[in-house]
Ligand binder design. Structure first.
Ligand code: SF4
Length: 293
């Protein structure tokens, strides 16, 4: 078997702009490229719509990789014991994933990828193309499997955010529609969302906002009614608390203020740049790297 026959080229699409631009950029450079998307089953409709459009551009299917079990199953595993609520199927203390307990990425994204590689490409050398840009200081997901080698074409070519937009615009692909109200791909309930993005979810996808709410739980003092414990997606606040009209106004005003400040500071006139930077200022935690490229 020649080296080429033994080598597989894989590119993971997250549903975000960077991996989409990388797919577009690599289409003619590596014609044998295989594309995949780790589908948690909890994605935004705009992501599926964007994937379908990308498939048309790439002229190839994007392989969907699903976790073996759904989110709710893993939530029960990672939460303390006790009988599941017969109505909701939720554990008594739902330990929702968070920045400190990011079990969702491993179970819903990484494992399906590694399982697929083991089953489909056993004994092959895997070149895994990662969409980290030259203007970013991170490595992204690197598998510990010895047959998987990460390749960073944007870093190697010195391509940054402006180039990503240019690639997508020039080829007529554009960015996913959720960028109108959210800066990152990934699950609709992703805990990396900022408060303004949660409000965006409520306004754009009230059904998904309601679904996210159903995973949360509040424990109150039976006598005083005071909140003792919140199992919530956002820190210190449930979605029910966040959706109160006065709180929505407060979140939106704060976000508008950031946008204004960012417009003054930012050289770019691109709304998404300003939006992203403003949200980054609000919260500088790095998002899930395999979910948000
Ligand atoms: S997008 Fe967010 S919630 Fe979904 S797997 Fe990634 S980190 Fe977890």
């Amino acid at each position: 078997m020649t080296e080429d026959e033994n080598t597989v080229h894989l590119l993971g699409i997250s549903g975000g702009k960077d991996s989409a631009a990388l797919a577009v950029y690599m289409r003619d450079r590596v014609p044998q490229m295989q594309y995949f998307f780790c589908d948690t089953g909890e994605e935004l409709p705009e992501t599926y719509e964007y994937l379908a459009m990308l498939e048309t551009y790439l002229g190839k299917p994007i392989k969907r990789l699903n976790p073996d079990r759904q989110f709710k199953h893993y939530l029960a595993i990672y939460s303390p014991g006790g009988d599941l609520d017969p109505d909701t199927g939720l554990p008594p203390a739902p330990y929702l994933p968070s920045q400190r307990m990011r079990w969702c990425t491993a179970q819903l994204k990484l494992k399906p990828f590694e399982k697929w590689v083991d089953e489909e490409f056993s004994g092959k050398r895997i070149m895994s193309y990662v969409a980290i840009r030259a203007d970013e200081d991170r490595d992204g997901y690197i598998s510990h499997k010895t047959n998987i080698q990460a390749i960073y074409p944007f870093k190697e070519a010195g391509l940054g955010k402006a180039d990503v937009y240019q690639i997508l615009e020039e080829r007529g692909v554009g960015v996913p529609r959720y960028y109108e109200w959210r800066t990152r791909s990934g699950c609709y309930f992703c805990f990396f969302q900022r408060k303004a993005e949660w409000i965006g979810l409520k306004e754009r996808h009230p059904d998904l906002f309601e679904r996210a709410k159903q995973y949360e739980k509040v424990i109150r003092d039976p006598e005083t009614g005071e909140v003792i414990k919140r199992y919530s997606w956002a820190q210190g606040e449930t979605l029910e608390e966040m959706e109160q009209p006065e709180r929505i106004i407060e979140i939106k005003q704060r976000h508008e203020k950031y946008l204004e400040e960012e417009k003054r500071r930012n050289k770019s006139t691109r709304l998404l740049d300003i939006f992203e930077d403003a949200l980054d200022d609000e919260d500088d935690t790095l998002p899930c790297q395999i979910c948000n490229l």
